[in-house]
Design a protein around this ligand. Structure first.
Ligand SMILES: Nc1ncnc2c1ncn2[C@@H]1O[C@H](COP(=O)(O)OP(=O)(O)O)[C@@H](O)[C@H]1O
Ligand SMILES: [Mg+2]
Length: 236
């Protein structure tokens, strides 16, 4: 069974659909890139998978030992979030799963998990720094460490390299790829077609006639060819 299976989803707000016929699966070890134009409904899809938004129709199933709360999430960044007045450590701690809401005390295991996540993202030296004073790339590493505290199974990332320069983006992509190779399934929204084609195992393309399949199937598909031609024109 897959970690996540979506069957014939319709997504939207207040009963009004913005996107229909979405079906896909994400399995252990997969690297799924979600592509689509601005406003296509990519962020809405991720929020729906995470239970922050109700689907209008269709089915979302979790399997292979995964439940909704085992998913690490990095949301699309807003200016307000970039200015968040907390220390790096506080932000990473906030990724710990908690059924008790706000807590003053953490177990040894939880502290260890935070430490390992910070080491993994190479931000231990920034622990006491103020988040809003960090560079864009450092901030994204903090948010990845936070998401890592919530999961060993699935990371859901909404445009993690948006606004970063090419070198910093490339470093972040490498880090994400390493996590994937260590066994964490990645579901990532990206505007970067080149990176999607380099790293993804599967592509979900959101449009009038949504596509889901392996990267190789996407490259050969009608939707894929159209999308790649469109991106080519944007770049030239
Ligand atoms: N909270 C909301 N209430 C109503 N409509 C929304 C809300 N959030 C997003 N939308 C609309 O849903 C559509 C898809 O948005 P979004 O999922 O953010 O697209 P993407 O991430 O692909 O750019 C847009 O038309 C947007 O205006
Ligand atoms: Mg979005």
């Amino acid at each position: 069974m897959s970690y996540i299976s979506c069957d014939n989803l319709s997504l939207g707000y207040e009963g009004k659909s913005i996107l229909d016929n979405i079906s896909f699966k994400a399995n252990k070890g997969d690297y799924l890139c979600v592509l689509g134009e601005n406003g296509a409904g990519k962020s809405t899809l991720l929020k729906t998978i995470l239970g922050m938004n109700m689907p209008i129709d269709g089915l979302i199933e979790f399997g292979d030992g995964l439940c909704k709360h085992d998913i690490g999430y990095l949301s699309q960044q807003t200016e307000v979030q970039r200015d968040f007045p907390a220390s790096v450590e506080e932000i990473v701690y906030s990724g710990l799963q908690s059924s008790h809401g706000f807590r003053l005390f953490y177990s040894k295991e939880e502290k260890e998990l935070v430490r390992r996540s910070m080491e993994r993202m190479d931000i231990v030296h920034l622990a006491k720094s103020c988040y809003r004073e960090l560079s864009g790339g450092q901030q994204q590493r903090v948010l990845l460490a936070r998401a890592l505290c919530a999961t060993k199974k699935v990371l859901v990332l909404d445009e993690p390299v948006s606004g970063l320069d090419p070198l910093v983006s490339s470093n972040l992509y490498s880090l994400i790829s390493e996590l994937n190779k260590e066994g964490i399934a990645i579901i990532m929204i990206s505007h970067d077609l080149q990176a999607a084609l380099k790293y993804a195992s599967h592509i979900l393309y959101l449009c009038n006639k949504p596509f889901f399949g392996t990267k190789e199937e996407f490259i050969e598909s009608k939707q894929g060819k159209l999308f790649m031609a469109m991106k080519d024109m944007e770049d030239n």
